[in-house]
Design a protein around this ligand. Structure first.
Ligand SMILES: Cc1cc2nc3c(=O)[nH]c(=O)nc-3n(C[C@H](O)[C@H](O)[C@H](O)COP(=O)(O)O)c2cc1C
Length: 185
């Protein structure tokens, strides 16, 4: 499966917070909004998330990608990743673990189910709040994620999202698909 999002998942408390980079994640339901992360039980973050029942998914930008990689190779059992990466903890509105202030969009999540899959356990969660940088929202309330330089992970390498090549439903939009149609009538 590629590309996948290399998100930075924050967990723990403001006093003792950790970050784990996760690529096995996605949206699973619209109403109620649900997501998941799959985490190996051997990760330091695993028990923190299991015991608190909370985590925050922070989207990664090209500017953050080196820090995201760092959070994916070093363990919070030995290093304070917030301090080492110079990342800022920001209070969340619904959960007790902090957001990463430098991330443009954060999803506050509360675990509803833990599914043991084999190598990884899947934390199914309700998305209980979404925090977005003001700079990404226009005066009509439309979210412009294309301004965020989001990062993608594909087969062991990181990429920055590039040129726009379409939009949702553009294949069915006759007016845009065939702009000369109107003139022909
Ligand atoms: C791009 C990338 C994606 C990763 N995805 C996952 C994942 O989906 N699940 C997982 O358990 N570990 C994943 N890892 C590995 C953990 O992030 C890594 O083992 C990390 O050091 C664990 O941190 P912790 O011990 O502080 O919890 C990924 C690492 C990278 C670099």
């Amino acid at each position: 499966m590629a590309p996948v999002p290399p998100v930075m998942v924050s967990c723990g408390t403001t006093e003792k917070a950790n970050i784990i980079t996760v690529a096995w994640t996605g949206i699973t339901n619209t109403v109620p909004p649900k997501t998941y992360i799959s985490v190996r039980p051997s990760r330091y973050s695993y028990d923190i998330i299991k015991n608190s029942g909370e985590f925050v998914i922070n989207l990664t930008t090209s500017a953050l990608i080196k820090k995201a990689d760092y959070c994916g190779v070093y363990t919070g059992a030995k290093v304070d990743k917030f301090a080492k990466c110079g990342l800022t903890k920001e209070a969340a509105s619904e959960v007790s673990c902090p957001l990463i202030a430098e991330s443009p969009l954060s999803l506050e999540c509360r675990v509803t189910d833990i599914i043991e899959l084999g190598s990884h356990d899947m934390f199914m969660a309700d998305i209980v709040a979404v925090d977005v940088d003001d700079a990404l929202v226009d005066k009509n309330g439309k979210l412009h994620l294309e301004r965020a330089s989001l990062a993608a992970f594909a087969h062991g390498e990181y990429f920055e999202l590039g040129r726009k090549i379409g939009y949702f439903g553009f294949s069915a939009d006759k007016k845009r698909k065939n702009p000369t149609q109107k003139a022909k009538k």
